[in-house]
Write a protein that binds this ligand. Sequence first.
Ligand code: HEM
Length: 681
Amino acid sequence: MLQALLLIAGSGPALAQCPFAGNSDEIPAGHEVVAVRPVAIEGYQEAVEALDIEAVKADILDVLTTSVASWPADYGTYAPFMIRLAWHCAGSYRQDDGVGGCDGGRIRLDEERSWGDNANLDKARMLLRPIKLKYGLGLSWGDLIILAGNVAIESMGGPLLGTCLGRVDESSNYWAVELGPNEEQRAVAPCDMGDTFCTAPFGATETSIIYVNPGGPGGNGTDFLGSAAHIRSSFGRMSMNDTETVALIGGGHAFGKGHGACPDGAGPSPAEDPTNPWPGLCGDGISVEDRFTSGWEGTWTETPVNWTNLYFQYLSTFDFTLNPFVNPAGNTVWRVPGNAIVAPTANLSATEPVMMYTSDVSLQIDSAYREIVDLFAADLEYLEEQFASAWYKLTTRDMGPVTRCVGSDTPPAQDFQFPLPDPPATLPDYDAVAQMISETVNLAGADGSALARYSVRLAWRCASTFRITDYRGGCNGARILLSPEADWPINAGLADVAALLDPIKAAYDDLSWSDLIVLAGTLALEMHGSNALPFCGGRTDASDGAGSDLLEPRLTFGVNDTETEIKYAIKLSGLTEGEYIALLGLNAIGQMHPTLTTYNGTASAMLSSDYFTSALSTSWISDGTQYVSPEGDLYALSTTAFLRFDEVLGHYAEIYADDEAEFKRSLATAWTKLMSIERSL
Ligand code: HEM
């Protein structure tokens, strides 16, 4: 039976073909793995690998110390300014859906470049533009911005772990649209009270800012504990713990100053006036007394261009709450009692008392933060260790696994990159494994074997944790067999399927669970009438389930999923809508959800266009839990029911209903892509 089905399907899986291993000639047409992201220009990978990083760093250092008349450097260096640029580029990342971060270089684009928090960062990018032009394709804006931040830190004596290069620039804000403020964001990540008091999944506590309001929650400057709570919440949403958070804020504010020395504001954003954004509405807009960025004028330490732990020493020593000061823009900052410590003005012509924002002072009021402040104040080396790690995480987390990093400055894989062990040194004979799968578990079985169907579900669930935003998840690692994935309700019953595959795993020392799961699922799909599918071995198995948190499906698949949520889930998957909808055709061959009914076919059900015809022609109604036909004989997950409710999704379903060959071609492409996507990056 198995052999016959293999013959019907063509030749069985085309074993050991790897779409990402440079042998794309072997890939059947239409099966290429094309991720929705990144959209790298041809030749980029070679160009970034060939980049002379030391030469780029030397050029950045020159820019840092060469003041230009159109935007004179504070204290004679643009280093703090570049750290702010890098921090704001990276700091939009949020772990809930992986959106944001500097990969993509989207801080150059609206809406991000016009956020109030990003005022004047256009000037920082203009300073770097000659370097971008000099190195061209191999130096993306994303990499240049992070590298500039790193060179800046180093130039002032600060600690670094290294630099991961390989960011791919984007030319539209498609992958930042959910960061808002706009209608899509309000649908996917709404904030209370308009655009303020935002909670997860949103990253910041307000739209248009990176994390929190420096002046306290909603501008309540004396709510120090509220400010600490906002900081903990928003930094937590980007996966920073308390120590990392305190190290980053105080390490960052070891440098530079805030700008708002006059009352009139920064002027129009780039979106409002791209020809002359943020001109500064006081005087010439650029001199020390006229420059306006945030309106939060002031300097944190007496040595604003040298790396120190003075920020922490001050917070550990002085009660800043005793000495409020209203700056020219009307914002209250906090000074050392008696104004006992002063910093140089930006043009080095005078001095002014150092200050802290409400958000800074909150670190001395909140008891957990305070303990860390005191540790950093007493131990510079400890601060350096923590800051270097946290900064690297901040600037690299959105890049995904370490395998995406390019360049000799890349440090060893960090925990936040959830590294996998090396794949087995030798690979098994996959033809023999396939044969054993077929013989042992009777994939084709006369009744369309439950195992065959469940093998498809196991592989689908294993692979579909992948999200394209920060490249986390996927079947490589087989974390579906480990907690927490193994405990997710959506994966109920799959351990039993894996147990049936156990004898095969035991027979091959060099066979990984992840290869076995993908191969069994792929074989089973062919048994059910798919086109011949390529299979690429060489996966490895994780030793723990770290990295799976937040990858649980966003959809319930029941009646409460909205059209927006469904489309957003498709977007995050890295599949096109057409590919995702082709994969819905899997529901025709067996139960693909542990509790909701998805299987309306007979025991011998095969993949077919009928599934889409039925989805489009049934008047789905809610039974309170899931969608059901008026006669009560057919069921659909939300994703299937919306093929009828939504014209765009329905468009693809109509094509597949009309043209079975096109459905199977799209399904083969989608399946191949899903099974390989995390390894093709
Ligand atoms: C400057 C707020 C965290 C690095 C500023 C400014 C504000 C601010 C209002 C003044 C901008 C201007 O007017 O020029 C905050 C808040 C934070 C935070 C509310 C979180 C609670 C960080 C972090 C870093 C950082 C995590 C880096 C690791 C800097 C630097 C400057 C700066 C270097 C000086 C820029 C310059 O001199 O031009 N910050 N910040 N900040 N921030 Fe932060």
